[in-house]
Write a protein that binds this ligand. Structure first.
Ligand code: NAD
Ligand code: TYD
Length: 350
């Protein structure tokens, strides 16, 4: 494949850190610049073991800061071959509490990166997007690359806005771009505000397991290792200007997942507490992966049952990773968000 120079933004987050770990293993001669603002979700501990790798370098900075991003690109010893943008505000519930940071990072940050790649006159920009830009499905059907975007939450609207910018920079300025849209990830190093790690950690601490609404909403779960392999395949073999959709082929209701975790970790489902629904809660996500199977030869390798078992085991064995996170900032968010979601007796509506 040859030696490449890559900027990975958001490399201290959940998926970005898993992706950098994959690069170090599979592309050991690449030069990797990890650009991350270290927000509440960014954690240098996610990259333990990688810091000493000869081709790896970390720069702390904000992609929404135009002057900083420009200066960083102009200070590079050579133009980069790839920019893979994971940096984002990524949690739907936080986007309901405070949407502004989502616009700044997810929209303005992408604009800044696109402009820098355009100014380089070379290099491929890969935007890590989400199936949430498509909005919500009913009980039937699946999203694919041809589904119109129709986002519902401030988070998904900001990601959709970024995707539109990426397409415009491809179309108008001929910047070499790829967009990947993936379903819900799970695995090690996921911040415990998201469903799976939150339920594991709460169950471990014998705290209530807050299920929104009826718990019948469906997500299509993919192990983070499969998503990272898909991003690498799209980066190296994708056709410029194209969108590639990845999904785990593992649709599960939130209640199924929560009961599984409750039983595995606490040996009981008594901790499950139905609470008021998330406003604007998308009902169901599912992905048709025909295109990536055919064009990238990609398929999800990790069966859900194996992946969830390994993930539960990882969180139980790595309290030293998550215990420090459950401090001031996290508790303030937790109390603010869950404090307003009153328990419901019937597992139901508002
Ligand atoms: P995360 O919240 O765990 O990590 C985000 C990272 O970005 C953190 O390290 C944070 O410090 C960094 N960051 C945030 N704002 C920044 C800024 N302004 N400048 C520089 N760095 C900044 O997120 P994640 O779950 O790893 O998601 C990564 C990407 O994948 C996001 O773009 C998200 O939209 C997308 N995605 C996530 C999922 C999922 O299930 N988690 C699914 C599909 C797509
Ligand atoms: P989440 O992990 O936040 O991902 P997303 O909203 O991006 O799909 O949530 C996954 C599903 O789990 C979603 O339908 C909302 C639900 N959920 C709960 O029921 N309780 C919770 O405490 C959380 C965080 C999520």
């Amino acid at each position: 494949m040859g030696k490449k120079y890559i900027i990975v933004t958001g490399g201290c987050g959940f998926i970005g850190s898993n992706f950098i770990r994959l690069l170090v293993k599979e592309r050991p001669d690449w030069s990797i610049l990890n650009l991350d603002a270290l927000t509440y979700a960014g954690n240098l501990d996610n990259l333990r073991g990688v810091q000493g790798h000869p081709g790896y370098r970390f720069v702390r900075g904000d992609i929404a800061n135009e002057a900083f991003v420009r200066q960083l690109f102009s200070s590079l010893e050579a133009p980069v071959d790839y920019v893979v943008n994971f940096a984002a505000e990524s949690h739907v519930d936080r986007s309901i509490l405070g949407p502004k940071a989502f616009i700044e990072t997810n929209v303005n940050g992408v604009f800044n990166l696109l402009e820098c790649v355009r100014a380089q006159g070379k290099g491929r920009f890969l935007q890590v997007s989400t199936d949430e830009v498509f909005g919500s499905l009913g009980d039937e059907g699946a999203f694919s690359e041809t589904t119109p975007i129709d986002p519902s939450s401030p988070y998904s609207a900001s990601k959709a806005a970024a995707d539109l910018l990426v397409n415009a920079w491809s179309h108008t300025f001929k910047v070499d771009t790829i967009i990947t849209r993936c379903s819900n990830n799970y695995g090690s190093y996921q911040f415990p505000e998201k469903l799976i790690p939150l339920m594991i950690i709460n169950a471990r601490q014998r705290k209530p397991l807050p299920v929104y609404g009826t718990g019948q909403n469906v997500r299509d779960w993919i192990h983070v290792s499969d998503h990272c392999l898909g991003i690498l395949a799209a980066l190296e073999r994708g056709v410029s200007g194209q969108v590639y959709c990845f999904g785990g082929q593992a649709e599960r209701t939130n209640l199924f997942i929560t009961e599984l975790i409750a039983q595995t970790v606490a040996g009981t489902t008594d901790l499950i507490t139905f609470v008021n629904d998330r406003p604007g809660h998308d009902w169901r996500y599912a992905m048709d992966i025909t295109k990536v199977r055919a064009e990238l030869g990609w398929t999800p390798l990790m069966p859900f049952e194996d992946g969830i078992r390994a993930t539960v085991a990882w969180y139980l064995e790595n309290e030293d990773w998550w215990k420090p996170i459950l401090s001031g900032d996290y508790l303030a968010y937790y109390d603010k968000w869950y404090g307003q979601l009153a328990p419901t007796t019937k597992g139901g509506s508002l």
